[in-house]
Design a binder for this molecule. Structure first.
Ligand SMILES: *Cc1c(COP(=O)(O)O)cnc(C)c1O
Length: 227
């Protein structure tokens, strides 16, 4: 059976509400980022019409073309894919949040472009918690160093951390990745004496478990946009 986009959005929202409830949290504590990387702009606009406001994209060139007409002011665009340093100038102008900061050279490039555009850029550090999703994220052993560098970059505003769980047969198997990211965030907040509130974790396969473990932002693509 093919459900309408409106119906799929409602289902995801009600699953978010139940997961938050199970964890003694409230629905408002969790922001749904609709990962629209696989759909055309008219579908993004339709989702906006159904009340979604935060969208995730993973390719800079595609995003430039897709949002040539910008979204309304109350919408936000999140960069969730690996970012090449030579695209960081464009990314600084396009995105409200860059969630995939994973290495020192990218921090330097973003800082430089943000300064010349006279902008402050909201960023998350993407962490490779399990070490299994090889290409994505800063290795655990380098996270302290990278956090220190971002916090010392005047044009960058570090909001928190992002992680992806490896694909597992059950969502439950992803739980250690989410508790790992939460514990890491808690320690870094203490060590650097800074509030780092965002935990962007959980996708179609595992967002309910991520919410139970403290996700503040879930990035959901297929459950919203796939038939
Ligand atoms: C594609 C993607 C998502 C969404 O994944 P779904 O399984 O479609 O929900 C979330 N985060 C990142 C980093 C992605 O690349």
């Amino acid at each position: 059976m093919v459900l309408s986009l409106a119906r799929r959005i409602e289902q995801v929202q009600s699953r978010i509400a139940s997961a938050a409830d199970r964890a003694g949290r409230s629905y408002e504590d969790v922001t749904l980022i609709a990962v629209s990387k696989t759909v055309a702009r008219d579908v993004v606009d339709e989702a906006y019409g159904h009340g979604l406001r935060q969208f995730g994209e993973n390719r800079v060139q595609e995003t430039i073309a897709k949002y040539a007409t910008p979204l309304p002011d109350d919408a936000g665009l999140h960069m969730i894919g690996q970012l090449q340093s030579n695209k960081s100038g464009a990314a600084v102008k396009l995105f409200d949040v860059i969630q995939s900061v994973d290495r020192r050279s990218l921090v330097h490039a973003l800082e430089k472009h943000a300064a010349s555009a006279d902008r402050t850029v909201n960023v998350l550090i993407e962490v490779s918690i399990s070490g299994e999703v090889q290409k994505a994220g800063c290795p655990l052993c380098q996270v302290d160093d990278l956090t220190k560098l971002v916090l010392a970059s005047p044009q960058l505003n570090l909001l928190g951390f992002m992680a992806m769980a490896p694909y597992t047969a059950t969502a439950e198997e992803a739980r250690p990745v989410f508790t790992g990211l939460r514990d890491l965030r808690n320690r870094l907040q203490q060590d650097f004496d800074r509030s780092l509130p965002w935990l962007s974790m959980g996708m179609t396969n595992d967002f309910e478990v991520a919410i139970e473990e403290g996700a503040t932002h879930v990035r959901v693509g297929r459950a919203i946009f796939s038939e």
